[in-house]
Design a protein around this ligand. Structure first.
Ligand SMILES: C[S@@+](CC[C@H](N)C(=O)[O-])C[C@H]1O[C@@H](n2cnc3c(N)ncnc32)[C@H](O)[C@@H]1O
Length: 246
């Protein structure tokens, strides 16, 4: 952990940004997805574990940790006329927990999980009074008890961190976690179909929604959000329902 906590834990500070940039270089150098390694584990489990282990409790060294809820998630919660109090919410790939905590503050009953146990432990450490149920789990091996168990499944930046060949199965799994009438809220970076962007992360093309339909998820709303001062890249924010419910 850096010495000067006041300034250096501010994601906007130059110190924080410098540590993040250095970590990013180191992490890219060991990311199998950056090496075209044919033998690589498509889940990149070892890499995600390395991110949290190498960070040594410095959030600047976790490339996606901004220590606040994602603005598109937070504003979506604020837009729900009937609120989300009492909803059973599952946060997928929760990282350091800011999004999960945002749902919990709005009164939802939140379960949040991450592939990496160290991420879960860190989130619990950051929020000692939490009402969120945190646990370590792989979305591709989700506990059977979660099946059809959630009114809202939220994923922010986890699909875009997955190898493209894993996306159909990931979508099918997220669908299987929805209770009847449940919704999937997706927040991800966006790209045009015909532009390639090197990754990871891999911004999602519009065809992700056709794939979602094939996996039994019908989009109810797809927002294509342009770059703003707050959101520095184009994003999707989409709400999907189980096709059989419509
Ligand atoms: C890009 S980060 C986003 C974290 C968080 N959602 C956020 O917005 O800050 C992706 C997270 O998904 C987790 N993850 C990757 N593969 C996963 C899997 N198969 N199952 C569950 N979590 C996974 C990673 O460990 C990482 O914490």
């Amino acid at each position: 952990m850096p010495d000067d906590r006041t300034s250096s834990l501010d994601p906007a500070s130059p110190e924080f940004q410098a540590r993040r940039a250095a970590a990013r270089r180191e992490l890219d150098a060991i990311d199998p997805a950056m090496q075209s390694d044919a033998q690589a584990d498509p889940l990149r489990r070892a890499w995600f574990e390395a991110v949290y282990a190498r960070a040594e409790n410095d959030p600047a060294r976790v490339p996606w940790a901004n220590l606040v809820p994602h603005p598109l998630t937070k504003s979506w919660i604020g837009l729900q006329a009937r609120g989300i109090a009492g909803l059973r919410v599952l946060d997928v790939g929760c990282g350091l927990g800011d999004n999960a905590e945002c749902f919990a503050r709005a009164g939802a009953a939140v379960t949040a999980f991450d592939l990496v146990p160290a991420a879960v432990a860190w989130a619990q450490d950051r929020f000692p009074q939490t009402k969120v149920t945190y646990c370590a789990a792989d979305v591709f091996a989700a506990p059977e008890a979660w099946r059809h168990g959630f009114d809202l499944v939220h994923e922010c930046y986890t699909l875009q961190a997955l190898a493209v060949e894993l996306l159909p199965k990931a979508l099918a799994t997220l669908r299987s976690l929805l209770a009847p009438g449940g919704r999937l809220l997706l927040v991800a970076r966006a790209r045009d179909e015909d532009t390639q962007e090197s990754g990871p992360p891999w911004p999602l093309p519009p065809s992700i929604f056709a794939e979602a339909e094939r996996q039994g998820l019908t989009p109810l709303a797809i927002e294509d959000i342009a770059t703003t001062a707050e959101i520095t890249r184009r994003h999707w924010r989409a709400l999907l329902a189980r096709s059989e419910d419509l």
